[in-house]
Design a protein around this ligand. Sequence first.
Ligand code: NDP
Length: 444
Amino acid sequence: MTGLADSSAVDDPAAMAACQVPDHYRAAVVFAADQGVFAGIPSHERDLHKTLHVIEVPTPVPGPGEVLIAVMASSINYNTVWTAMFEPVSTFRFLKAFSRTSASAARHEQPYHVVGSDAAGVVLRVGPGVTRWHPGDEIVTHCLHVGLAEPAGHDDALLDPDQRIWGYETNFGGLGELALVQATQLMPKPAHLSWEEAACLNLTLSTAYRQLVSGHGAAMKQGDRVLIWGACGGLGGYATQLVLNGGGIPICVVSSEEKAALCRQRGAEFIINRSAFEFWNPRGEPRRRNWSRFRDAVHDLAGGDPDIVFEHPGRETFGVSVLTAARGGTIVTCASTHGYEHLYDNRHLWMHVKRIIGTHSANYREAWKANELVIHGRIHPIMSRVYPLDRIADAACAVRANEHHGKVGVLCLAPREGLGIRDERKRERHLDQITLFQQPSGPE
Ligand code: NDP
């Protein structure tokens, strides 16, 4: 892209805001024409190199309430893996449905889908009616795109029938040199972080915040025991930090001793390696004795049952989660990575008066509160690898293969890592913690 990427403006927000906006930009996309390419191929064998591409796309013009941002860095969320596999459905369905809602939304239906639901960058242009944000502001994004034309969403934006995940259910997402967002998706970038660190936070952190901390989720209290599946992953890594930060007691579940050691270094005392328990036999039937063994192991390790179970693997673990939660406890779920048709024994739920709560993403206020925890140095970015935009398929494959810890960053306009740090003194104060959460996840 001429102008922004080639100019000396690249780490100078005022100069960047003064640049001419190019009429095309480079972005990571999937093509509508590829929707049938994986027919008959099981999900785990689908090669994302076949479907994720970097191409030049036309620059959208921000409409009312919208903002065009220069993306310095982004990160991989699992929704990009789903999009590139065309699983569980093709995201072109979402774009088509969205495009029918208004003339301005019609722009989102294109033969390509620009993916990505996180970004750190600079405001370039604001559309009519945007007053809070100005060209040159350094920002991070919240992934919830809302309509709010209906009353339902004004109590909690997740109840808005027009809420969508930006870059998954809308076009012009964060994995590109530019992106189009609503003004109500923007939040101040934490000044002590680099672009790629700042881009590795918000989607998973805000989801974990709502899931655990918010009254819309499990409303965790000090002293609560919280069982966290995937405690070194994107959601689980932030959940572990939130539990420790909020006076709870994390019980971290991981699949290797290397990840167990990381959890320990980061302050968790109770860690379980799930590879010692096979929850299903090869015919897909539950090994209930192992479910009970797991529950007993958790109880013995933590001196009691978990008040909250932080769920996302889905079918693979959900029955174990319902069994393992304490009497009166809460299972709070936001995903079903390993199958969305769950099997659990309902007696454990009703006779022990447990609750299951469904949650999704976060509203703007929840995302803002989570971002403030980062600004105040209470939560730190977890990042184990960084890729250039051109290697988007490698980055997404690494996440799908579970090779990472926490998050995988992607450099978009930022030419190298480490740029964008504005508050060196604050960084210095938190450097030990920042370093602790950024250990590389082995050689590629
Ligand atoms: P990651 O891949 O970063 O982490 C997932 C973790 O799950 C891994 O670290 C892994 O840890 C663990 N895991 C993998 N397989 C299993 C298994 N069979 N049983 C138990 N644990 C397993 O993904 P994210 O944390 O970013 O996302 C997880 C899911 O949540 C995805 O499906 C994603 O789409 C969804 N999601 C939903 C959101 C929403 O708003 N609804 C928001 C964000 C994510 P280990 O191998 O160490 O056990």
